[in-house]
Write a protein that binds this ligand. Structure first.
Ligand SMILES: Cc1ncc(COP(=O)(O)O)c(C=O)c1O
Length: 408
């Protein structure tokens, strides 16, 4: 049987063609030829894909979604997963179907792309500081009553209210209260005053507050992570309690991520966790250690890999692949080579990965494929037009990265 005949037989036997979900043209237009090329990969072994190829193991992904939802629910918290990680309408749909309250986006362009693909329960966790972005945010609010945006200063609150008035609507907002110094208004009287102002402005509706602690997520060792995360949020809890005491809306007290998902329930008043990387896991997260004291953070399965091809094997102890910085972004921590713990993978060169090793599990020929665990998942996903959904080593689905490149 020819290759394509056996593939057709495989699709027919498994019903995979019917399971193939394609949402065309959400991030950009796909030409008919590109669409055909994608469709032709359905049912093939992942080892036959052209590389670099971004792959997600569907069993692991689905298990991560249900595990996270169940664990948060058991602790009385909601999930509001951050779509900055996956940028995919298809994955957002799975998270919502599993029970997420909504999803988060970082940027207005990300929210636009996802809403155009049918995701309308969105909380934007970054502020919109320019007139143009505010207009774009109001256009999203006009399309969806479930669009919420962050605000962290008085002028921005007044601008949002004016723009909402001009758009003929009342916009839902949350106060972003800083944890550390990255973003948000400091956790103190100014934050309380901002919440009071928002609740008075005629075209804004206060929904509560955000408090994301980026600094605590990757702290190594559970005990240290927990102690720091809880201490860092003490001032934010005081703000939350002050808002409550004043009778201001506090229905949302949201933040946290994959590193602190199992800590946030100890923060008084906390409502939901903005988990992102748990879907995929990456070298950064795998290294932070679990609650039982183990060195590997194994609460969630590693589902995301990049496949690369060996281009050069002519030099002893060295291999060159086709996946460098443009396929893997960061080079620290080093990408991991699945099944080859002795290999050091250097993704510092634009187009090439340089592997050095003294021992390898097998010998590699030119054209052989390797599977890589990415250093940090979010920026890697943003490099690819599509993600191959793999089950038992075969392509079951091809998902466009809906908001790929949407960084405005
Ligand atoms: C505001 C906000 N919330 C949630 C997350 C998700 O964090 P993680 O990928 O660690 O789960 C991030 C990630 O940077 C973030 O910036």
């Amino acid at each position: 049987m020819s290759d394509s005949a056996s593939r057709r037989t495989f699709i027919a036997a498994t019903g995979m063609a019917a399971a193939h979900v394609w949402v065309p043209g959400t991030a950009r237009g796909y030409s008919p030829a590109e669409m055909r090329a994608m469709e032709e990969t359905i049912g093939v072994s992942k080892w036959e894909l052209d590389t670099p190829a971004l792959c997600v193991d569907l069993d692991a992904l689905e298990s991560n979604i249900t595990t996270m939802q169940a664990r948060l629910t058991a602790k009385g918290l909601g999930a509001r997963p951050h779509a900055k990680t996956h940028k995919s309408a298809d994955i957002a749909r799975k998270q919502l179907a599993a029970g997420a309250l909504g999803i988060c986006t970082s940027k207005v362009s990300e929210a636009e792309a996802l809403m155009a693909a049918g995701i309308d329960r969105i909380c934007m966790t970054t502020t919109n500081p320019s007139a143009s972005k505010i207009r774009r945010a109001m256009a999203l609010r006009a399309k969806s009553a479930q669009f919420i945006q962050a605000v962290d200063e008085e002028k921005n609150a007044r601008d949002l209210s004016d723009a909402a008035k001009a758009a003929g609507l009342t916009a839902d907002v949350v106060i972003d209260v800083a944890v550390g110094t990255r973003s948000g208004i400091p956790a103190g009287d100014g934050a309380i005053a901002l919440a009071e102002l928002v609740s008075r402005l005629p075209n804004l509706r206060l929904r509560g507050m955000l408090s994301y602690d980026g600094g605590a997520q990757h702290l190594t060792g559970f005990a240290a992570r927990r102690a720091t995360a809880l201490a860092n949020l003490e001032g934010n809890v005081r703000v939350f309690e002050a808002l409550k005491k004043k009778g201001l809306p506090t229905e949302i007290f949201s933040g946290g991520g994959t590193g602190t998902y199992n800590i946030q329930h100890d923060v008084p008043g906390f409502t939901d966790v903005q988990v992102g990387s748990y879907l995929f896991m990456d070298m950064q997260y795998l290294a932070i250690g679990n609650a039982a004291g183990g060195p590997v953070y194994d609460d969630f399965a590693r589902s995301l890999t990049v496949l690369a091809t060996v281009l050069n094997n002519r030099f002893p102890g060295r291999l060159t692949t086709d996946a460098g910085a443009k396929a893997l972004t960061l080079n620290v921590p080093r990408p991991g080579v699945v099944g080859e713990p002795g290999m050091d993978y250097n993704a510092g060169s634009d187009e090439f990965g340089v592997i050095t090793f003294s021992e390898a599990r097998k010998s590699y020929a030119i054209g052989d494929k390797l599977e890589l665990v990415v250093p940090h998942c979010d920026p890697v996903v943003n490099l690819y037009d599509q993600m191959y959904g793999i089950r038992k080593d075969r392509v079951e689905v091809v998902w466009p990265i809906t908001a790929r490149g949407k960084s405005q």
